[in-house]
Design a protein around this ligand. Structure first.
Ligand SMILES: NC(=O)c1ccc[n+]([C@@H]2O[C@H](COP(=O)([O-])OP(=O)(O)OC[C@H]3O[C@@H](n4cnc5c(N)ncnc54)[C@H](O)[C@@H]3O)[C@@H](O)[C@H]2O)c1
Length: 376
């Protein structure tokens, strides 16, 4: 068991049972609820139930980003009320970033805030979403536009959960792992170059260095006034493209077109939804191009980053017609100042510069650069 202390709570990396039982004993809670989605109920809840020695009530929601919205919150709050949770109750968020963000948000607002513990079950949630106290839901198809900052009582990152995670979800989390290396740890970036298949990675040994970078940055700047913005590398463009794909997918579903992801193809098909990390990987390519253009990133490093992304990520078929919608979404980004689009860029691999404002023409060029990298 590896423990990282962070701003008043601990992140435990390893088998979750012992720390969870201890935290529950210390907390003397009136009632404990566990929040799952359909997938974590099936794949993670049985393991979780075998490791606890206390009673829990269960709340289940549908899986996926499309459900990270106010309607699902209403359902969670209603269930918390129906099941009799009070201010001394505890919510255990057993799932990926959607469960962590939305469960945390519901706990932070229910009866003006009750305790919650994050038990992240995706790679993305283990290395990123569960740490740092940002809790949010999507609203009007704008990602994470309604939320709060609130720390959990603890984060329990148990690598065992990664065994049942589909490969595209591993890829999704991996984007945050290599982003952490790009912004703060050049030697770790060199290590990551050795990986050829995500299925063969020894995740327990990768979680700690990646989480340590996020911890260090979040601790220095809990409410994102300065250096925490470094974590947004790849996210300005990534979030906008992700929001666009969610809106696109939502519209298609509303029109009765089923959501499809072709399981046999490395390529995403046009009406499938991007995972968060796939969008971030796309954003990292564009923002590395911007880093080369305006922040001094050597071209050889840009090429190395592009080759790395290509090795692991399918090409997203962004169309020229999508660009104006993507720009509109980028303009709504919470990080913008005075209407200018705010970026974190890389002067070299392993270092980030924040608050870089880039003109719209260059942003568009960076997206076109991505669109030209169609080899997959
Ligand atoms: N709060 C933050 O600081 C922060 C940071 C990064 C991302 N996020 C948010 O995180 C979300 C994305 O998180 P995510 O990628 O974990 O998505 P997710 O929660 O939707 O999980 C992805 C899929 O994997 C399934 N799943 C989860 N654990 C599983 C397991 N062990 N085995 C099999 N299936 C499993 C889920 O049911 C879901 O279908 C986004 O909403 C993003 O905005 C938040």
């Amino acid at each position: 068991m590896f423990k990282l202390p962070l701003n008043g709570y601990d992140i435990f990396i390893g088998e979750m049972g012992a720390p969870l039982r201890e935290l529950v004993q210390q907390g003397r809670y009136s009632k404990i609820a566990v929040l799952t989605d359909a997938n974590t109920r099936r794949h993670c809840l049985p393991y979780f139930l075998q490791r606890i020695d206390f009673e829990v009530v269960e709340i289940e929601i549908p899986a996926g980003e499309l459900h990270k919205n106010i309607d699902t919150c209403r359902h969670i709050w209603a269930e918390m009320m129906r099941l009799g949770l009070d201010r001394r109750s505890l919510l255990l968020n057993l799932g990926g970033g959607v469960i962590g963000d939305m469960g945390g948000f519901c706990a932070a607002t229910y009866q003006r805030g009750i305790d919650f513990i994050q038990i992240p079950t995706t790679l993305l949630a283990q290395v990123d979403a569960s740490v740092g106290g940002k809790l949010a839901i999507d609203f009007n198809f704008v990602k994470n536009s309604i939320g709060v900052f609130q720390n959990p009582k603890a984060v329990l990152a148990d690598p065992v959960f990664l065994k049942t995670l589909p490969e595209d979800e591993l890829r999704s989390g991996f984007a945050e792992v290599f982003k952490h290396a790009l912004i703060a740890d050049a030697p770790q970036w060199r290590e990551l170059q050795k990986i050829t298949s995500l299925r063969e990675v020894g995740w327990p040994s990768l979680l700690a260095p990646s989480l340590s970078i996020k911890k260090r940055i979040v601790e220095a700047d809990p409410t994102e006034q300065g250096i925490r913005k470094a974590l947004n590398f790849g996210h300005t463009i990534g979030h906008a493209v992700e929001s666009h794909s969610i809106a696109d997918c939502g519209l298609r579903i509303a029109a009765g077109v089923p959501e499809i992801r072709n399981p046999n193809s490395q390529f995403l098909i046009p009406n499938s939804q991007l995972t968060h990390g796939e969008a971030v990987a796309l954003g990292i390519v564009c923002e590395s191009w911007l880093s080369w253009k305006v922040a001094g990133l050597p071209e050889v490093d840009l090429q190395e980053i592009v080759a790395f992304v290509r090795r692991f990520y399918p090409h997203y078929p962004l169309r020229v017609n999508d660009l104006s919608a993507v720009f509109d979404l980028m303009k709504k980004d919470k990080k913008n100042v005075g209407g200018r689009i705010n970026f974190t860029l890389l002067p070299v691999i392993g270092q980030a510069v924040i608050d870089q404002f880039v003109e719209v023409g260059l942003i568009e060029e960076s997206l076109r650069f991505y669109m030209e990298q169609r080899l997959g």
